[in-house]
Design a protein around this ligand. Structure first.
Ligand code: NFS
Ligand code: SF4
Length: 636
């Protein structure tokens, strides 16, 4: 392995270059932060009020509690659920922005967006109880938009979130009601949680965790409506063949990286780029080349086949190629240091959202009324930058892997339906019942430089594949697999066990696609974990059991962000065993740690487990799948 904490060869080359020019990357900064403070690491540092920070010092008289008397379990529980609040706020605000634009489309107020997938509009409308018979498309869209916005605005605590109740099965809905975690309004549950965890409010760790789970369910609703409305506006993903890794950056083209999360802008940049190829050629380039980083990259990959440059931990390294003319960012997971990296080259960093600015970067205020104009201006800025590119500084790693992506649940169903038109999910559940595959695992979430970049993601994928586990992926995890060449048909031959190979062969024969199906099905960005949960719910419905009984596991091998905590928490509430590849800052309280890793299983069927060792984690996931299969067989 290289001297750097990454398995990615292209990243290694760029880290060498960074070293040469004296740029300290996130890899250097991660090293500089070691050793971490044990209080923070285990979650027993409280900074909720200005009397803090309070740390739990059991050996000091009076030190076993915070100044206010908060015990370790209160502090740990509060800290944990505040991560959830942050994550759910981010996902949901993203969803709300899409919903606002969606409403304006329905009202005919914006010209740069339109309803693209009417079938999906109809399906979603029916599912959430909007009348569709004989009605005008725009009137239906407006009702859908209003219902979506009402999810945020609801303050009547007797109400239930539509995007939870209508997309979950009845056993789960009832579970959410029985445990008092069914949210009524997204904003309400987040505000409540911040209130609940203010100094001197809730001291009961279990009650705090349940408040956190309510916020986590709000996160699901925000994610799900973000996915649905984005699909309706921009189209629902269908299988595409493209490529991944830094080799997707082209020396002869104007390169623009789309980085962040919200597709409202990146999608329009894709459209604008198609129209502006000639302008780029007039500037001496061979055209405009778009590449994606993080989840906005996943969004435009799913819908447009835009190649992946890299994922979270290596975002600075896309700039180190010297060939990145502009990096356009919106919100979330954007390292402020990209601006410093850009200073070493000619790269323009363009921020676009009012809540996300970086000192020294260009700010192009994005507004939906002038989306296309903004997109064109940004591309022109990149073309100008291209003219100043110093060719001597260009060094693009010659590494790229074929990626077959675009697997919305609809796209997967289209394949399954060729084998079983009436009950598409039966294709999966039958294969499990026959012992051909052991179950399904979703690999999701971020990079975290407490470990080696992309090592856990790719190792777990390979281990599970070998054990005949069908693999789904989203987020930076999906990108890790794509970068490493696991998202194509070749990877099935290399890594899949015999059963999984047979399953893939059957799908391939039926699918009739021009490319072979990949080892891992890329279902999209992190908000698209809603697609993954829909997959799980469909499995449960097909098997006629509760979600907590299906052979389905989730792993966030390198979890980092608050959003990942929110996603993990609702996965547990939905009954999914959820692996996290870093030790969570819950371990400072035995009680809280036991609640989320053990008691949770008694209540929800799902639970967390922390396991930084990729091999041990995979073995445990296989064991869990086998155990659930065994129980299901016993039940018959
Ligand atoms: Ni998800 Fe996507 Fe990546 Fe993690 Fe960040 S980009 S929303 S949070 S780091 S997977
Ligand atoms: Fe300390 Fe209590 Fe304030 Fe936390 S809330 S910082 S434990 S006094």
């Amino acid at each position: 392995m290289s001297e750097y904490k990454t398995i990615d060869v292209a990243a290694t080359q760029m880290l060498d270059k960074a070293k040469e020019i004296g740029f300290l990357t996130t890899f250097d900064r991660a090293k500089a932060q070691e050793p971490r403070c044990t209080f923070g690491n285990t979650g027993i540092c409280c900074r909720i009020c200005l009397q803090g920070p309070c740390r739990i010092l059991p050996k000091k008289p009076g030190g076993n509690k915070g100044v206010c008397g908060a015990m370790d379990y209160t502090i740990v529980a509060r800290n944990t659920v505040r991560y959830i609040a942050g994550g759910a706020a981010a996902h949901s605000d993203h969803g709300r922005e899409i919903a606002e634009t969606f409403l304006h489309v329905a009202e005919g107020k914006v010209k740069d967006y339109k309803i693209t997938d009417t079938d999906k509009l109809m399906r979603v409308a029916k599912q959430i109880g909007v009348e569709t018979e004989g009605r005008d498309i725009m009137a239906i869209a407006k009702d859908v938009a209003m219902l979506a916005l009402q999810e945020f605005a609801e303050v009547d605590e007797s109400k239930e979130l539509t995007w939870i109740t209508k997309f979950s099965n009845e056993t789960r809905n009832q579970k959410f009601r029985d445990t008092t975690i069914m949210p009524s309004g997204i904003n309400l549950s987040l505000a409540k949680l911040l209130h609940q965890t203010h100094i001197g409010v809730d001291a009961d760790p279990v009650n705090i965790i349940f408040g956190g789970l309510k916020a986590a369910l709000s996160d699901v609703a925000g994610e799900h409506l973000a996915t649905d409305l984005s699909d309706i506006l921009f189209g629902t993903g269908v299988p595409v063949v493209t490529e991944a890794n830094l080799g997707a950056i082209k020396a002869d083209k104007v390169n623009i990286a789309l980085h962040g999360h919200n597709p409202l802008l990146s999608q329009v940049v894709v459209t604008a780029a198609k129209e502006m190829q000639e302008e780029a050629k007039a500037a001496g380039a061979a055209g405009v080349n778009l590449v994606g980083i993080c989840c906005t990259g996943n969004e435009v990959l799913m819908r447009e086949g835009v190649p992946i440059a890299t994922n979270f931990s290596t975002q600075e390294l896309a700039i180190m190629t010297g060939a990145m003319d502009a990096m356009v960012v919106d919100v979330q997971c954007i390292m402020p240091s990209i601006r410093t990296a850009a200073e070493c080259f000619h790269t323009k960093i363009v921020t676009t959202m009012p809540i996300m600015k970086i000192p020294g970067a260009y700010h192009f205020a994005f507004d939906e009324q002038h989306a296309m104009d903004s997109a064109k201006k940004i591309i022109r800025l990149a073309i100008e930058a291209f003219k100043n590119r110093d060719k001597d500084k260009v060094c693009i790693p010659n590494i790229r892997n074929t990626v077959v992506a675009g697997f919305s649940l609809e796209a997967m169903y289209n394949i399954f339906k060729k084998i079983n038109p009436e009950s598409p999910m039966k294709v999966v559940t039958d294969a499990i019942a026959a012992g051909e595959i052991k179950g399904v695992a979703a690999l999701i979430g971020c990079n975290n430089l407490k470990g080696t970049h992309d090592f856990n993601h790719t190792t777990i994928a390979q281990e599970l594949a070998k054990n005949d586990v069908l693999l789904l992926a989203t987020g930076c995890s999906a990108q890790a697999h794509a970068l490493a060449g696991l998202m194509n048909g070749e990877a099935v031959k290399k890594y899949a066990g015999e059963g999984l190979k047979k399953f893939h062969a059957r799908l391939n024969a039926a699918a009739g696609l021009t490319a072979e199906l990949p080892l891992m099905f890329h279902m999209g960005s992190c908000v698209d974990n809603s697609r993954v949960q829909d997959f799980a719910t469909a499995m449960a419905n097909e098997m006629g059991v509760d979600n907590a009984d299906i052979p389905f596991v989730v792993s966030a091998p390198e979890a980092m962000s608050e959003k990942a905590v929110a996603i993990g928490a609702w996965n547990v509430a939905y009954g999914n065993p959820t692996h996290v590849g870093v030790i969570a800052p819950t371990v400072g309280s035995q009680l809280v740690n036991d609640v989320v890793t053990k008691i949770a299983e008694d209540v929800f069927g799902g639970f967390f487990f922390w396991e930084p060792d990729a091999h041990k984690a995979s073995a445990r996931m296989v064991e869990i799948l086998e155990e659930r299969n065994w129980k299901n067989a016993m039940r018959k």
